[in-house]
Structure formats: structure tokens, C-alpha cells
Design a protein around this ligand. Structure first.
Ligand SMILES: C[S@@+](CC[C@H](N)C(=O)[O-])C[C@H]1O[C@@H](n2cnc3c(N)ncnc32)[C@H](O)[C@@H]1O
Length: 348
């Protein structure tokens, strides 16, 4: 009998022939609707140009790491059966990197424990560093200015030390997602209206709205999210249609940091963080924000984080000789980051 080549596609993959029934076949996109240059390629071109110069000899190793599978961290949920969860993860081959955080290449999805809360939250382990650098103390009032989807908010709440937490994100849909994260991980009694206030407004307004208020402020700004931009077409900021938005990022970032400094009380501390290697979005933003804040009568000083970084040198690969703040560089043996963070103390 003649083969039904009209209704089957034969696909040769790794020496095996698969046949795909017609109903499951995907139509090839018309050439005109396919982007000529995928955003991921545009991102790589841009990074080769900018980071090649910025990082010099380090760039080839960082580049190959960012294009390879990243490692994950599991933030153990202290509101679940934490000891049991840690034991489970250790059995999966995870390593403890800071008392209650575990690192590994792949984790099984978290499942609810007896309390109904999920056992762990998966994140880039290096993105915990800005939260740890914030050094929240018992009873502090804390502002998380750009908080969604909520990984760092969740880490802040794990301290169980915060007196009042203001959580904000401009995007209403992302704020809803953050609310769902809190619902899945934190029992309701720990985030009553009195202790956790969730808002969805432009963070740049917080300087006027809540001036001189907080002991600690986390300013985890939108950025070029370098790893995502290299690997995912979806929501990629290197899309040609988003060029203006991308170019305006350093301005938005500096405005958010100024607002964070204004919202901190004198003597309070602010951590600025991103997940990009870009000096334009990291050090230059910090310098620009300090300058603008100074003109508005606010003085702040960059804090030395070298001793802090040394505590985690066995887990993360830090950029050598950073000018301001600390930068975790992706590395094949420690494939986390990029994460940049800089701590500022407001003095007046
Ligand atoms: C890097 S993400 C924050 C990630 C979050 N801190 C976490 O750990 O899950 C940056 C966030 O900034 C928000 N954003 C952008 N513009 C903003 C603005 N003007 N004010 C406040 N949030 C803003 C975005 O919606 C996005 O959720």
C-alpha cells in the first residue's frame, strides 16, 4: 500500500523518524510575519558590542554562561515545614548556600505542605543578595518599591522581623501576581492590612507620597533583564518596537532610585538592584541619582559591600574590582546572575 505522504510529515531527529498526525502540525509562519532579526539576536549583538568593551577578557566566559542553562536557588519557605523541605531538597542533591537557601540546576515544582503553604520559591539564587544586603532588623519599616512578581518580597517576609512592609509595583497585573505568590506562601495572619500594604502606583511618586519614612528601601528596578533578553522572544525589551522604552531605562531607574532615597528616613538604607551587566543601568544610575538627590537636599553615601560579598564568594562569582556596588557575573561553574546591587545610606 502506498504511504500516506500527503497526511504525514516525516521528521528526522537524532536518527529517529517521527510521524506527526496532520491535526498536530503547525503551519509555518509567513516569511513577512517572522521577525527578520529575532530580538534575542539583537540583544546578543548589543551585548557583544557593549559588554565586550566593558568586561574585556571576561566577556567570552560570561557570554557562554548566559547562553547556557542557569542554576536555580530555592528559597525555603519558613512558613511551611522548613526542616522537612530542606531534607527533601538535600535528597534531590541541592546544597545549602546561606542557612536556608538551596542551590542546584533543576528543582521539582514546589508542593503544598500540611500547612497548605508551598515549601520553596524558585529564583536566581543571586537575587537574594540585594535582600540580604538590605539587612532588615526587628521592627523595621520597609518599602519594596518595584516588587512584582514578589520573589524578594517573599524573602523579606521570611525574616519575620519587619514591623511594616509597603509593597508596590506599577503594573496592576503583576501586582495581582504578587498577591497570589503571597497567598501561596505566607499564612494570612502574617500579611494583614496593618503589616503589609500592597499598592500599584508609579514608584517615582513615593518620594512625595512617603517622604522620610522608611528604615529600609529596596529599589529593584526594571532593566534589560540580560539573561531573559538573550534566551526568550516573549516580552523581549530588544524588540525593535521597544527601542524607545529601552533607551529611557536609565532615566526611569535613576528617578526610581531618587524616589527610594526620598522615601527613606535620614539614617535609613537603600539597596538598588538590577539583573543586567550594563554600567549605564548600574553604576551610572547610582551616580546620577546621588547627584539629583543632592540637588533636592538629600545626602546619601555608597556603602562598602566587599566584606559582605566575601561571605558568598564560595557560591557566586563576583566581578573583580567593582567601582560602586557589587556585580555577580554568570560563570559556568556558578551560573547565577547577572545581579548588580549597591547599598546607600541616607545621611540627611
Ligand atoms: C525587576 S522587576 C522586580 C522584580 C521583583 N522585585 C522580584 O523580586 O520579584 C521590576 C518591576 O518594576 C516594575 N515597574 C516598572 N516601572 C515602575 C514604576 N515606575 N514604578 C514602580 N514599579 C515599576 C515592573 O512592573 C516590574 O515588575
Amino acid at each position: 500500500m502506498a504511504a500516506r505522504t500527503d497526511t504525514r510529515i516525516l521528521l528526522r531527529k537524532l536518527g529517529t523518524i517521527y510521524s506527526i498526525p496532520r491535526r498536530n502540525r503547525m503551519k509555518a509562519k509567513w516569511a513577512t510575519s517572522q521577525p527578520k532579526f529575532p530580538s534575542t539576536s539583537l540583544a546578543l549583538q548589543n551585548f557583544d558590542m557593549v559588554y565586550g568593551t566593558q568586561l574585556g577578557d571576561l566577556w567570552p566566559s560570561v557570554r557562554v554562561s548566559m547562553l547556557s542553562e542557569q542554576k536555580y536557588g530555592a528559597l525555603i519557605n519558613n512558613f511551611s515545614e522548613a526542616a522537612e523541605v530542606m531534607e527533601e531538597l538535600q535528597l534531590q542533591g541541592a546544597l545549602d548556600f546561606v542557612y536556608n537557601g538551596m542551590v542546584k540546576s533543576r528543582f521539582k515544582p514546589a508542593r503544598p505542605h500540611n500547612s497548605g503553604t508551598l515549601g520553596y520559591y524558585l529564583m536566581d539564587a543571586a537575587s537574594l543578595l540585594p535582600v540580604l544586603a538590605l539587612d532588615v532588623q526587628e521592627g523595621h519599616t520597609v518599602l519594596d518599591l518595584c516588587a512584582a512578581p514578589g520573589g524578594k518580597t517573599l524573602a523579606l517576609l521570611q525574616t519575620q522581623a519587619i514591623g511594616h512592609l509597603a509593597v508596590n509595583d506599577f503594573s496592576a497585573s503583576r501586582t495581582s501576581r504578587l498577591r497570589r505568590v503571597l497567598q501561596s506562601y505566607v499564612p494570612r495572619e502574617y500579611w494583614s492590612e496593618d503589616t503589609v500594604q500592597i499598592t500599584s502606583c508609579d514608584g517615582r511618586k513615593f518620594g512625595e507620597l512617603e517622604r522620610d519614612t522608611f528604615d529600609r528601601v529596596l529599589v529593584d528596578v526594571p532593566c534589560t533583564t540580560d539573561r531573559h533578553s538573550l534566551l526568550e522572544e516573549d516580552n523581549n525589551i530588544f524588540k525593535k518596537t521597544r527601542m524607545k522604552e529601552r533607551q529611557k531605562l536609565p532615566l526611569l531607574q535613576a528617578q526610581l532610585l531618587v524616589a527610594g532615597l526620598e522615601a527613606a528616613r535620614p539614617g535609613g538604607e537603600v539597596v538598588y538592584s538590577t539583573c543586567t551587566l550594563s554600567q549605564l543601568q548600574n553604576e551610572y544610575v547610582v551616580e546620577q541619582a546621588l547627584h539629583v538627590a543632592q540637588e533636592a537636599g538629600i545626602t546619601a553615601h555608597v556603602q562598602d559591600l566587599r566584606a559582605f560579598a566575601r561571605l558568598f564568594a564560595a557560591t557566586f562569582h563576583f566581578a573583580p574590582n567593582p567601582r560602586l556596588g557589587e556585580l555577580v557575573l554568570p560563570h559556568l561553574t556558578a551560573n547565577f546572575g547577572p545581579i548588580y546591587f549597591c547599598k546607600l545610606r541616607r545621611t540627611s
